[in-house]
Design a protein around this ligand. Structure first.
Ligand SMILES: NC(=O)c1ccc[n+]([C@@H]2O[C@H](COP(=O)([O-])OP(=O)(O)OC[C@H]3O[C@@H](n4cnc5c(N)ncnc54)[C@H](O)[C@@H]3O)[C@@H](O)[C@H]2O)c1
Length: 257
């Protein structure tokens, strides 16, 4: 049976860990040829090994720092030139944001890197992929917002992160508007707390922080990369050809309560 992404060239950023890794492997299992990237060569190599062990069509360009325009172009153009097309771009990579309140957040050391690492890297990848998608008559872009685009936190200072994720949502609507005439769709996924190595290290697996998170969830478990990959798969595939400019909360119901 053909996979849901059979024949598609799918670019997924941040394949070395967490959500990006989960999406990249799922897409390849659904028949896409995946071209990933990551800033960490070690993590990207480990993901490539997982994919190759399953016999999947999976490549990676690394190390790539997506905050550097020349790196972004090298990655995207490598994929476009090798395969002649780009059908899907999932911008899953993002910096681990600097979490600090207004009073103590440092402008140069914390605010700027967080915004560049959450917002600029999405713009740069979309801009580089744009001509490739136009060339083949369209494509699907999936960007990552967060529940924190729609709500702040009373427990953790996160002013730059809230601004960054709200910017990704707003920017994605504009991408959808400008892409419409070219057949380019763009949507965002706003995950709630998803269990990854990074969120586990931040204490979300057990203890007081975990308790607080679980209390707010309507479905009493943290998310898994697979939960997010299911939504990304729908948005990347031709099943969603009438869906653009939308934001999808995949969050265990946290935004409903
Ligand atoms: N995990 C969650 O709970 C959660 C919640 C809401 C939103 N999100 C968003 O979902 C997306 C994926 O999150 P995650 O939790 O899987 O992240 P993660 O930290 O687990 O993985 C991010 C990956 O991106 C890579 N990366 C970071 N900066 C990079 C750069 N400059 N260039 C290239 N690669 C870079 C990292 O090396 C890593 O492999 C992010 O946009 C994140 O903000 C995650």
């Amino acid at each position: 049976m053909a996979g849901r992404l059979e024949g598609k060239i799918a670019l997924v950023t941040g394949i070395g860990a967490g959500i990006g890794q989960g999406i990249a492997l799922r897409f390849a299992r659904e028949g896409a040829t995946v071209v990933g990237c990551d800033i960490s060569a070690k993590w990207a190599d480990a993901t490539v090994e997982l994919a190759r062990a399953e016999g999947l069509a999976f490549e990676s360009v690394h190390p790539i720092d997506l905050t550097k325009p020349e790196d972004v172009k090298r990655y995207i153009d490598f994929a476009g030139e090798k395969h002649g097309r780009i059908d899907i771009l999932v911008n899953a990579a993002a910096i681990a944001p600097h979490m600090a309140p207004v009073a103590t957040m440092d402008y140069e050391e914390e605010w700027i890197p967080t915004l560049v690492g959450e917002v600029d890297l999405v713009f740069l990848a979309v801009k580089a992929a744009w001509p490739w998608m136009i060339k083949v008559g369209g494509g699907s872009i999936v960007n990552f917002s967060s529940v924190n685009a729609g709500r702040g936190s009373v427990n953790t200072g996160m002013i730059a992160h809230c601004a960054g994720k709200a910017a990704v949502e707003a920017m994605s609507r504009q991408i959808a508007i400008e892409g419409g005439a070219h057949g380019i769709r763009c949507n965002t996924i706003a995950p709630g707390m998803v269990q990854t190595a990074a969120t586990a290290a931040a204490g979300t697996s057990s203890g007081a922080v975990a308790e607080r998170i679980l209390q707010r969830l309507l479905i009493k478990r943290l998310g898994k990369p697979e939960d997010i990959a299911n939504a990304a798969l729908f948005l990347a595939s031709d099943e969603s050809t009438w869906v653009t400019g939308a934001n999808f909360a995949i969050d265990g119901g946290v935004m409903a309560a």
